[in-house]
Design a protein around this ligand. Structure first.
Ligand code: SF4
Length: 460
């Protein structure tokens, strides 16, 4: 029998989202003749995980499972899933991939005996070769275990635009219980639309930045899908949902071009609600195209997300770089522009976060808190009730500049595992964190952190 692979998104208290590339990967393998399905363990209650996993393995009979270790928040679920499968189904080979897996690489195989193969970087061709039964030593982009030794092959495979455009990233029939997944996505921002891979910016806190991509995937430049391929995915999605999310704002002209194509397609124009994660402020031309291409109304308002991260303009320039820089004054002007074009039939979410380099003393964090809550108040007083401000803990992304610069032993996966436990069990701080926030500037003393958190709690 031909090899077949079950992709598993591990259970997580933080995310229900399947990394977008999983759908494309599964579709690619099915097209090349290898059966592949996806199981999202984040959809189920903790007590039922074993039951769902057993049922899928028994029904689908995979010879390989691929555990997605993309988000760092999946680390505990990754360990649980790998250990469970190895113990119960010793014949099944276990592969993993994703940003977090690629970053830790060999270290992950050393620490977790259940892992047989790790894919670093683009996984499509390497997995196809693996399922074909090719000798491990001839497969690019893999790190593998053989006779108790670990070997690393060179990263030589990078997916090209044409291959990326010939696969679908929304074939939901490949996902067990897809209706459950879709109904959860619809309560949030909708189905994430895959536009491309890679970034040219270097936000210090981001694990998907250009520098981070070199570390976890050895990718040096982004690759985009064609308009036709994205539009064909939208047409397929129509039977499952009409709420989609784009958070790949790397090339504004590209996105404007996509919107124009959608406007010119009578089957797509005004069909979907689009929620948009903007990486920079939005110009008038973009907003008009957005309004013309997608549907919106007072009852079904889309969301535009903007992430200034910090209130201090100088620190923002320092941590986000100058490519996407905007000041708080420009942000407020932009909110006015968005509201005037959409007649307020849109929500605008502003994301601020803590802790950051540059906001590294108690005085500075106190200033930030005061400014953010003052802005909240001003927005409310100016009757912009469609604007929501969030001020959360920042997740310390594995492979980000913050991770490499401020976390000791950054290349050891135990650092992530123990950091995760510290946060979950409140080992150091009694207050709850919204995210896996492992970086707090050293200069802010223990009592000052508690004081800052208390102020934020009271202001909330
Ligand atoms: S946060 Fe910055 S570095 Fe990360 S993907 Fe967005 S623009 Fe790129």
């Amino acid at each position: 029998m031909k090899n077949r692979i079950l992709f598993i998104n591990p259970p997580s208290d933080y995310f229900i989202h399947i990394p977008m590339g999983t759908f494309g990967l599964s579709d690619y393998l099915n097209r090349t003749g290898f059966k592949s399905m996806i199981l999202n363990l984040s959809l189920y209650e903790a007590n039922d995980l074993g039951k769902h996993l057993d049922q899928c393995i028994n029904d689908f009979s995979p010879s390989y499972v691929g555990i997605m270790l993309h988000w760092q928040e999946s680390i505990e679920g990754f360990i649980w899933t790998g250990e469970y499968i190895k113990k119960k189904y010793n014949d099944i080979k276990i592969v993993c991939g994703g940003f977090t897996a690629g970053y830790f690489g060999e270290n992950l195989l050393k620490k977790f005996r259940f892992l047989d193969v790790l894919i670093k970087g683009d996984p499509e061709k390497p997995l196809e070769l693996l399922l074909e039964g090719e000798d491990y030593q001839n497969i690019p982009n893999i790190i593998y275990r053989s006779k108790n030794e670990i070997f690393s092959n060179r990263i030589t495979y990078y997916i090209d635009e044409s291959t990326l455009s010939n696969i679908s990233f929304c074939n939901l029939d490949l996902l067990f219980d897809y209706d459950k997944y879709i109904s959860l996505l619809e309560k949030g921002l909708g189905f994430p639309l895959f536009v491309g891979r890679g970034c040219v910016n270097n936000c210090s806190y981001c694990g998907g930045s250009s520098k981070s991509y070199r570390l976890h995937s050895e990718r040096t430049k982004p690759v985009f899908r064609s308009f036709d391929s994205i539009m064909s995915d939208l047409k397929k999605l129509d039977k499952y949902t009409n709420k989609v999310y784009i958070c790949y704002d790397l090339n504004r002209d590209f996105i404007k071009g996509l919107f124009r194509e959608i406007i010119n397609d009578k089957n797509l124009k005004n069909k979907f609600i689009l929620n948009y994660g903007a990486w920079a402020l939005l110009d008038e031309e973009f907003l008009v195209l957005y309004k013309d291409a997608f549907c919106f109304s007072a009852n079904r308002r889309p969301v535009i997300e903007l992430s200034p991260e910090v209130f201090d303009d100088d620190v923002r320039k320092q941590i986000k770089g100058s490519n996407n820089y905007y000041s708080i004054d420009e942000l407020i002007e932009n909110i006015n522009l968005i509201n005037s074009i959409f007649d307020k039939n849109i929500y605008i979410s502003l994301y601020f976060s803590r802790y950051h380099e540059g906001i590294d003393t108690f005085m500075k964090i106190r200033r930030e808190i005061a400014d953010i809550y003052k802005l909240k108040n001003e927005i409310l007083m100016s009757n912009k009730l469609n604007v929501v401000i969030r001020y959360d803990h920042l997740s310390t992304d594995v492979g980000s500049t913050y991770w490499e610069k401020y976390i000791s032993n950054p290349y050891d996966v135990d650092t992530l595992v123990s950091g995760f436990k510290v946060i979950k069990t409140h080992q150091y701080h009694s207050f709850p964190y919204n995210n896996i926030c492992l970086f707090i500037p050293e200069k802010i003393k223990f009592e000052e952190i508690l004081k800052s958190e208390k102020i934020i709690f009271l202001l909330r």
